[in-house]
Design a protein around this ligand. Structure first.
Ligand SMILES: Cc1cc2nc3c(=O)[nH]c(=O)nc-3n(C[C@H](O)[C@H](O)[C@H](O)COP(=O)(O)OP(=O)(O)OC[C@H]3O[C@@H](n4cnc5c(N)ncnc54)[C@H](O)[C@@H]3O)c2cc1C
Length: 394
């Protein structure tokens, strides 16, 4: 009999694990507590408008290891259209001036030199670092499955990129920009507000623009929900079982080995192997009751700063809103929305470049949203009034 796998969580990770497990001869059950799969990779549909919460750029839309993986998983199909924006973000400063982040790094270099010639040295060094990560390619196999030959090949092809990333991966963008020594007040304002946040690593910043420059981090038309549904379709076609609206309460461990999961409704699902693809906190603290936490993990959960919350407000607009730039970042530090003081500002996302997100019957219409990014405090949702008059409580 084929070994049986229970996978906790039906997000992109759980669905991907399920697909590869089915391709490798396991029988599988994915247990997902929500009523649709996809996890964070999702959208809400209302009156024909898709309000997309997630995918804006996806690494591997054109080539490389991730591209192969997305194709194997069915997430990118031969007819999935990809949009590569020329401008990643347009930034508006309080004084009305504009700053553009081009996805083509040669073009961006010329633009930066034009607006801040005094920072030529720093600009050239930053662009040099970006070019330095160009050859980076991900491993095809997971750690533990890689041979020494794989490592030698990686060093040969991506040695320079690994060196550049090694230097900057554990550095914040702010530390990196300080090190580069930008002197132009305009550049400092834009860079610090866009990427200077503590949470954004310099290595991620360099890689993001390099991938975009290679046109390998585009937007798949249709966005997050169809992306998740394509994964689900592939999983089901391969014969995988998907159990929706079931919450895993705990992972049963016997003699140091996971033997199955206990559900909220008291059912027990036995398994030869269990894969946890829910978030780390609920898996380690909840489902495993904190028994396997190392001191370092405890410290991390107790002391690491959490990602500052995003509040996302979406609109369906019954007319065409021309898209000059898909994302505009408005710098508005200190301004208030309700009782929240914005730390840096907000983003306006115009999804008009994707006609599938608006009702088919009304082609000239757009879906747009505003993300109040990086608010200074955590928002607590107490109740939300539903249209039928009832309340939703988190
Ligand atoms: C606002 C936003 C924008 C983003 N933009 C991008 C982007 O442009 N490009 C990009 O590549 N990535 C983006 N991401 C990141 C991307 O969405 C995530 O990395 C990815 O979806 C995570 O997938 P996952 O399967 O690991 O986790 P999740 O999607 O969190 O899936 C975990 C699943 O486990 C389920 N679960 C949890 N506990 C239990 C339980 N006890 N029992 C059963 N089920 C359980 C949850 O319901 C959930 O479905 C964005 C994320 C956010 C929030």
């Amino acid at each position: 009999m084929d070994p049986h796998l229970v996978i906790i969580g039906g997000g992109v990770a759980g669905l991907s694990a399920g697909i590869y497990a089915r391709m490798n001869g396991f029988t599988t059950t994915i247990v997902e507590m929500h009523d649709i799969p996809g996890g964070q990779c999702t959208a809400w549909v209302r009156h024909g408008y898709h309000f997309d919460h997630c995918l804006h750029w996806l690494v591997g839309t054109h080539e490389g290891t991730f591209h192969t993986i997305w194709k194997e998983l069915g997430a990118l199909e031969p007819d999935t259209r990809i949009v590569d924006h020329a401008v990643h973000t347009r930034v508006l400063a309080p004084d009305g001036t504009e700053f553009l982040v081009y996805t083509d790094i040669d073009r961006w270099e010329a633009y930066l030199l034009e607006i801040a010639p005094e920072d030529e040295k720093a600009i050239r060094r930053m662009i040099h670092d970006m070019r330095g990560t160009h050859t980076l390619e991900q491993f095809e196999d997971a750690p533990g499955m890689r041979s020494i030959v794989d490592y030698i090949k990686a060093l040969y092809h991506s040695g320079g990129a690994l060196y550049t990333l090694g230097k900057h991966m554990h550095k914040s963008c702010r530390a990196y920009f300080d090190e580069l020594g930008f002197t132009s007040p305009r550049l400092r304002l834009y860079f610090d507000n866009l990427y200077g946040d503590l949470h954004f690593s310099a290595g991620a910043f360099l890689m993001m623009l390099t991938w975009m420059s290679k046109k390998n981090a585009g937007y798949p038309i249709g966005g997050s929900l169809p992306f998740a549904m394509r994964l689900t379709k592939r999983y089901k076609e391969l014969g995988g079982e998907l159990l929706l609206k079931h919450r895993v309460r705990s992972i049963r461990v016997e003699h140091g080995k996971a033997v199955g999961v206990e559900l909220e409704d008291d059912r027990f699902l036995p398994a030869d192997h269990v894969i946890g693809a829910a978030d780390a906190h609920s898996t380690l603290h909840g489902m495993l009751q904190g028994r396997y936490l190392t001191p370092r993990m405890r410290e991390a959960f107790a002391t690491w700063e959490t990602f500052t919350p995003l509040v996302h407000v979406c609109f369906g607009i019954d007319r065409e809103v021309p898209v000059q730039h898909a994302t505009t970042t408005v710098l508005a530090a200190g301004e208030r929305v309700g009782r929240t003081t914005l730390r840096t500002g907000f983003n306006v996302l115009n999804y008009g470049f994707d006609p599938t997100l608006a009702p088919l019957a009304r082609p000239p219409s757009s879906s747009a949203s505003i993300r109040l990014g990086r608010s200074g405090r955590t928002w607590t949702v107490r109740t939300i009034r539903r249209r039928n008059g009832s309340y939703w409580r988190p």
